[in-house]
Design a protein around this ligand. Structure first.
Ligand SMILES: Cc1cc2nc3c(=O)[nH]c(=O)nc-3n(C[C@H](O)[C@H](O)[C@H](O)COP(=O)(O)OP(=O)(O)OC[C@H]3O[C@@H](n4cnc5c(N)ncnc54)[C@H](O)[C@@H]3O)c2cc1C
Length: 456
């Protein structure tokens, strides 16, 4: 304990950093104060925005953090309400002299931080704890953020990792707390930083196969660490440190962490990433108000088995494989010509790993409207994607059980097989499984025309 450690407590305001290890705000507070209040503000709007799977995972993580703090004699002090009010009253109640927290880049968190800064009259200490590199540190030779990923990645890999502060001996203190609501349904992953650490170390057995397996949704070929990174039960730096780049598989995996930083840095600059095309000409596309098509997409009944499998996985489990996220998103935008923002919002509601920067950035990539996006004329054919990445149809069988008995030759496109073969596998198109709601070839032409119209 440094001699100057304060007798007045410090408050650490947890947000997307539900861990004590590798957490600069927690480290700095425990170095500066003998007693630290670990606070979480349960804002009604955040809970309301979350689908059931995310809500349950989040509440389970809060309980795990509370339990971890309990082993050190403290607790997680949960306060319902708006952050500015809740933190102002907690500061008054505990006599805290300082407030510590890790920054986020979303418009919501920036507005909230500004309100807290006005309302809470103690010293504020802000850190970057959720990215490998903070926004503004990965720059081109011209001193700007690269709008193209590959040069960003090169600069990112070269950028010195500024060390975070080391924790001190200060201890969490026990303060009266509102109860943490219990999850009211299944929790997708075992909660808390210890379980997240176990997922990370288990991933080391598979990371070298990442390049071969990462695009195959029927194989567990990716880390499934995205929700831990979203909630901060793991820090991206810890993942980078533990995995390293010593093999092609590890380097390919770590490259994805650079995508994550890149989209966060873009959102830090473009606060309208979820509401406006970065390439603004595409804000004028004549999107279709296809409510029936949108509903069929949401409910996984488009008649395209790979699309339906993905959407059902999303709604049932709160997660979807990256390749299938691309296929389903492309289907909504390029086959149905429905505005990418509607899909972005639907994903954001249901995904356990929902992250505004990653979700909006990737939707804009798929729609061809974002920075370094897929060119507008590259339109995924959902059936060819299905044959290529789920060749045996096992992923489809898992999530669209009414097609489970179809042979691999026709499972990707049952409507092209005529009635007999599907019937032999118990499938009656139009009754037990829908006909395709759109003809891909015609839809492709329609989309190319709509994009070309705004480009000219
Ligand atoms: C339309 C669409 C929406 C998406 N929405 C989200 C979202 O809301 N939240 C989210 O975390 N990811 C999102 N992604 C990116 C990606 O699909 C997920 O990060 C990935 O599927 C998570 O699984 P994993 O942890 O097994 O990934 P891995 O393949 O094991 O990757 C490791 C980590 O790298 C990061 N990462 C991987 N791919 C990407 C990517 N394309 N962009 C940015 N970071 C990436 C993630 O943090 C991920 O956990 C989206 C992708 C698409 C195409």
């Amino acid at each position: 304990m440094p001699a100057e450690a304060a007798d007045k407590p410090g408050i650490v305001w947890f947000r997307r950093d539900l861990r004590l290890e590798a957490n600069p705000a927690w480290a700095e507070a425990t170095a500066a104060h003998r007693h630290v209040v670990a606070a979480y503000v349960l804002e009604p709007s955040l809970l309301a925005a979350a689908g059931d799977m995310r809500r349950n995972q989040f509440l389970a993580h809060l309980a795990a953090l509370d339990a971890q703090l309990g082993t050190q004699g403290g607790n997680l002090v949960v306060r319902p309400g708006a952050a500015a009010d809740a933190l102002a009253s907690l500061t008054a109640q505990t006599g805290a002299s300082d407030l510590y927290y890790n920054n986020d880049v979303t418009p919501f968190s920036r507005r909230r931080d500004a309100a807290v800064s006005d309302a809470v009259d103690v010293a504020h200490h802000r850190f970057w704890g959720n990215l490998v590199h903070e926004p503004g540190r990965v720059l081109t030779a011209k001193g700007t953020l690269s709008k193209v990923f590959t040069p960003f990645h090169k600069a990112w890999a070269r950028t010195h990792v500024e060390p975070w502060p080391e924790p001190g001996p200060g201890l969490p203190m026990r303060v009266e707390s509102a109860p943490i609501p219990s999850p009211d349904g299944p929790v997708a992953q075992a909660p808390g930083p210890d379980a997240a650490w176990a997922r990370l170390t288990a991933w080391l057995d598979h990371v070298d196969d990442y390049p071969e397996n990462r695009d195959l949704p029927a194989v567990d070929g990716t880390s499934e660490l995205s929700a831990d990174l979203k909630f901060g039960t793991l820090s991206a730096r810890t993942v980078l440190d533990v995995v390293g780049t010593d093999s092609p598989g590890r380097a390919a995996f770590v490259r994805q962490l650079a995508w994550r930083d890149w989209y966060a840095h873009i959102l830090a600059q473009r606060q309208d990433l979820a509401t406006s095309a970065v390439n603004e000409v595409y804000n004028h596309i004549g999107w279709r108000d296809d409510d029936e098509g949108f509903r069929a997409w949401c409910e996984g009944r488009t008649g395209y088995p790979i699309v339906d499998a993905g959407m059902r996985q999303l709604v049932a489990s709160g997660w979807m494989h990256n390749r299938v996220r691309m296929i389903t998103a492309s289907f909504l935008v390029k086959d149905l010509l429905v505005d990418w923002r509607r899909g972005e919002r639907f994903f954001r509601h249901h995904l356990v790993d929902a992250d505004l920067a990653q979700n909006a950035g990737n939707w804009q990539w798929v729609a061809g409207t974002g920075p370094d996006a897929a060119p507008y004329f590259r339109i995924f054919n959902p059936t060819s994607q299905s044959r290529k990445f789920d060749p045996d149809g096992d992923y489809i069988r898992r999530w669209v059980p009414e097609l489970a008995d179809l042979p691999r030759g026709i499972i990707h496109e049952p409507a092209a097989a005529g009635p007999l073969e599907p019937a032999a596998a118990g499938v009656t198109l139009g009754e037990t499984y829908p006909f395709p709601i759109v003809d891909h070839k015609a839809a492709r032409e329609r989309t190319l025309a709509a994009y070309k119209a705004v480009r000219s």
